[in-house]
Design a protein around this ligand. Structure first.
Ligand code: SF4
Ligand code: SF4
Length: 200
């Protein structure tokens, strides 16, 4: 379509256009305010009150390839799968994986991670650690996004137990459970940002 170069007289004096803009703004304001009011009364909930996503009460669905928070996978007997080979830590461009290997009491297992930590504040969620792991011991398929504002900043560093527990929860209760748990914590923090909540 050819763009019109010249403005009309009414456009040049701006007043009509300004009033038109204000009309659109106030129209949206009244519409959204009315819908928010109806939603709080439990009416017309299927009509969105605003174009924006009302996080943390609503969340945009993530694509299937979304790289969520990490978890360390487990063997059938519940032991950690990780063999402490350090490939993930070597591949990590942010240098945010810290591993301390130890000898296993079972002579058939060469070593295991006595300590395994990810500093999620440094992590750039690139997924290289997952790609590098030769035994599928680390995954990012949890569908939950990084901690945003935990009451205790030490929770940004996720240790072996936290990462293993995430695998257990995913296996026992499914991805929806992790999602709901995460959303509940976010909603509680939204109401009271200084409240201390246990666990990650
Ligand atoms: S996702 Fe990337 S930055 Fe984060 S721990 Fe894995 S390799 Fe490191
Ligand atoms: S998570 Fe995988 S790559 Fe990282 S140390 Fe363990 S076995 Fe090696």
């Amino acid at each position: 379509m050819k763009r019109r170069e010249e403005m009309t007289f009414l456009e040049r004096i701006y007043i009509v256009e300004v009033l038109r803009g204000l009309g659109i703004t106030f129209g949206k304001l009244i519409r959204n305010f009315t819908l928010h009011l109806l939603h709080s009364l439990g009416v017309a909930k299927n009509v969105p009150a605003a174009a924006s996503i009302q996080y943390p009460n609503e969340r945009r669905p993530y694509p299937p390839r979304f790289r969520g928070r990490h978890r360390l996978t487990l063997k059938d007997n519940g032991d950690i799968k990780c063999t402490s080979c350090f490939l993930c830590a070597t591949a990590c461009p942010a240098r945010c994986i810290y591993i301390e290997a130890a000898e296993h009491e079972d002579p058939n297992i060469e070593k295991f991670p006595h300590r395994y930590e990810i500093d999620t504040l440094l992590c750039i969620y690139c997924g290289y650690c997952v790609e590098a792991c030769p035994v599928d011991a680390i995954r990012m398929d949890t569908n939950i996004h990084p901690e945003v504002y935990p009451p205790d900043p030490r929770r940004f560093i996720e240790d072996k137990e936290v990462l293993m527990e995430r695998s257990r929860e995913l296996e026992d209760f499914g991805p929806h459970y992790l999602y709901e748990l995460h959303m509940k914590k976010m909603q509680e923090l939204e109401k009271d940002p200084f409240k201390s909540t246990p666990g990650a």
